[in-house]
Design a protein around this ligand. Structure first.
Ligand SMILES: Nc1ncnc2c1ncn2[C@@H]1O[C@H](COP(=O)(O)OP(=O)(O)OP(=O)(O)O)[C@@H](O)[C@H]1O
Ligand SMILES: [Mn+2]
Length: 270
């Protein structure tokens, strides 16, 4: 008769390392004494781990949390592509790990989410909220029809200087922030109209309907993308903003930083 441990052993068999997501001190200690490579992934290195990947925020979405940890570890040379990793995470329990998830560090796994958050000028929570709006809009569209949208996040003063209004700004005198449920509805509603949303480092919606006029030279974006994506890429080279774009034509969400495409995801698969 097999025991349950034997039956579930496959999940952790022959892994190259174990990632502990936000472990308690005692939980981490048990692993430290074991014969296995341990990586701690957390918002701070509270357990004084030797190998550590810093999360910019607690991702509620476990897939995002794991993706971020694995991409961060690849980026920092902690693991190599092809490595099998056992991730110890908590999905329901806030204190203790309640799940083990086996992943392989592959190129597919590397969605670019690490680049999106690391060294961003805007607050990580703001980037996450805008990214989630774009993904949701990509999944559902606007009244069932595909829509495109362009969000420019961070360094808003400079972005405003390099753009002009296409219409009156519905956010002119308001003090609304991304992440408020009502704001997400407004963002989706206004995304039917032309131009870009400009959002501050702290998440205030500064403007809708901005036509971006950055210098386009030196911008290296893939061929085949149109004016919206070109403007998105270029504004991030001219300023310290991050641009998040939902394409109306292919339905993908892309992010640009420093004039480069750093992330490309299919909302349906996300
Ligand atoms: N410089 C710009 N600033 C702000 N918005 C822009 C700019 N250029 C284009 N757009 C917006 O993008 C929309 C689509 O333009 P276009 O089709 O050329 O872009 P695209 O990159 O192919 O995007 P999509 O994949 O969504 O079609 C325009 O209708 C306009 O609302
Ligand atoms: Mn187009």
């Amino acid at each position: 008769m097999s025991t349950l441990t034997d039956l579930l052993d496959d999940v952790v068999a022959d892994v190259d390392g174990v990632f502990l997501f936000s472990p308690s001190g005692s939980f981490h200690q048990r692993f430290r004494e074991a014969d296995v490579d341990v990586v701690v992934v957390d918002t701070e290195n509270a357990v004084d781990a030797d190998t550590f990947v810093e999360l910019p925020l607690e991702f509620d979405n476990v897939r995002d949390r794991i993706r971020f940890g694995v991409e961060g570890a690849i980026e920092n040379g902690i693991v190599e592509t092809g490595d099998a990793i056992a991730c110890s995470v908590s999905v329901f329990d806030d204190d203790d790990a309640d799940s083990v998830i086996r992943v392989r560090a592959t190129e597919d796994m590397g969605s670019g989410i690490y680049d999106l958050f690391v060294d961003s000028r805007a607050e990580p929570g703001v980037i996450r909220d805008v990214f989630e709006v774009a993904i949701e809009l990509g999944k559902k569209g606007q009244k069932g029809k595909p829509v495109g949208a362009l969000f420019v996040v961070g360094d808003a003063g400079k972005v405003m200087n390099k753009s002009r209004p296409l219409s009156y700004n519905p956010f002119e005198k308001s003090h609304v922030h991304v992440g408020d449920p009502i704001v997400n509805v407004m963002l989706k509603e206004f995304s039917r109209l032309d131009g870009a949303f400009v959002i501050s480092d702290s998440g205030k919606i500064v403007s809708a309907y901005r036509y971006l006029e950055p210098a386009a030279e030196g911008v290296d974006i893939p061929k085949g993308l149109g004016a919206r994506h070109m403007a998105a890429g270029a504004i991030t080279r001219d300023t310290n903003a991050t641009a998040i774009v939902l394409s109306e034509s292919d339905g993908l969400v892309r992010a640009f930083k420093g004039g480069r495409l750093i992330l490309e995801v299919d909302p349906e698969a996300y």
